[in-house]
Write a protein that binds this ligand. Structure first.
Ligand code: ADP
Ligand code: MG
Length: 311
């Protein structure tokens, strides 16, 4: 038996309103995909692809033009209340009332969801995001990273089974990024389905077990991360030889061949049309003896560039 999806997006279209009779931006062109329960799901795409639009539709901030969406089995239009209760969303933009303390921010949010005082988890949540010592500080005095963590706690106040983070690590330093990854992993290990958008491909490759890529409002890939990385068609091999290269080594099967050091050639080839062995044989045919070979495994970045054409 398989679980129903945590989120189902079905043919969602969004056209923003235009100004002065001009046609508005078509930000989503009929996007469909499911987010399975229990994992960490990555929504990737270049700037302007439509990621935030999609997430803001789920949170109710943006009204879709057509299509439908379900959160935890609840239709976002027909069963809005239940759908909203099933998801916690950390928006891309940080917005806080600067005069509330972290504790008050969480208590207010608990009140907003109608959670009785005795059942609120404000202290526990502050501890989970390592902000217990900032319990009574004004929000405006928190660092950017602390605010981001407070927003995560705020999104979890009503204990939703799904947490969505829109660009959680954009503009944060490496140390904080690692902290946030740990927090995300911990929440996921505790059973929360996590969805995050990011344009750090390394982050997606590291954290997410499944990835959807959107580009210009269209879904262009959706696969388990391993499979997606495996889609990279181009491979790179570095060959060191026994004498200086006299000139470029031109071969039909090479996508690119660059002399990077006098005796080192970096060759990009398509693994569908050539094997590494054939690549080396070609170099030898040019009269060079091979001394050393290293290969670089393709990563998510290679696939992303291949699919979106983004550099
Ligand atoms: P992403 O989050 O992937 O960077 P967005 O969803 O923010 O992309 O934006 C998708 C497209 O919709 C962009 O072209 C953006 O300029 C446009 N857009 C976003 N918000 C609005 C809005 N409120 N009004 C009009 N156009 C918008
Ligand atoms: Mg965005």
């Amino acid at each position: 038996m398989t679980n129903p999806p945590a989120i189902r997006i079905d043919n969602v279209v969004k056209r923003y309103a235009g100004v002065k009779g001009e046609e508005g931006k078509l930000a989503l062109k009929g996007v469909s995909f499911d987010v399975p329960q229990g994992g960490i799901f990555g929504l990737l795409g270049p700037n302007g692809a439509g990621k935030s639009t999609l997430i803001n539709i789920l949170s109710g901030l943006v009204t879709k033009t057509s299509g439908s969406a379900e959160i935890w089995g609840f239709d976002i239009d027909e069963q809005r209340r239940n759908a909203k209760r099933s998801i916690g969303i950390v928006p891309q933009e940080i917005v806080f009332d600067p005069f509330f303390t972290p504790y008050e921010v969480l208590e207010n949010q608990g009140g907003f969801y109608g959670i009785p005082k005795a059942d609120r988890r404000s202290e526990e949540l502050l501890a989970a995001v390592h902000l217990s010592d900032k319990r009574d500080a004004y929000a405006r005095t928190l660092s950017g990273g602390m605010k981001r963590r407070l927003l995560i706690a705020k999104a979890m106040v009503h204990s939703p089974p799904i947490l969505v983070l829109d660009e959680p690590t954009a503009g944060v330093d490496v140390e904080l990024r690692t902290q946030l990854w740990e927090l995300v992993r911990k929440l996921n290990a505790d059973g929360v389905t996590v969805v995050l958008t990011t344009h750090y491909l390394e982050e997606a490759e590291e954290l997410c077990d499944e990835i959807a890529i959107i580009n210009h409002g269209e879904l262009i890939a959706h696969k388990p991360t391993r499979e997606l990385v495996g889609m990279a068609r181009e491979k790179i091999v570095r060959v060191s030889v026994d004498k200086d290269f006299a000139g470029p080594v031109v071969e039909e099967g090479f996508a690119k061949a660059e002399v990077v050091e006098p005796r080192t050639l970096e060759i990009t080839y398509n693994r569908d049309t050539m094997s590494a062995g054939q690549v080396l044989a070609k170099v030898q045919e040019h009269g060079y003896g091979i001394e050393d070979v290293t290969t670089r495994e393709p990563d998510l970045e290679d696939v992303f560039v291949q699919l979106t054409g983004a550099g």
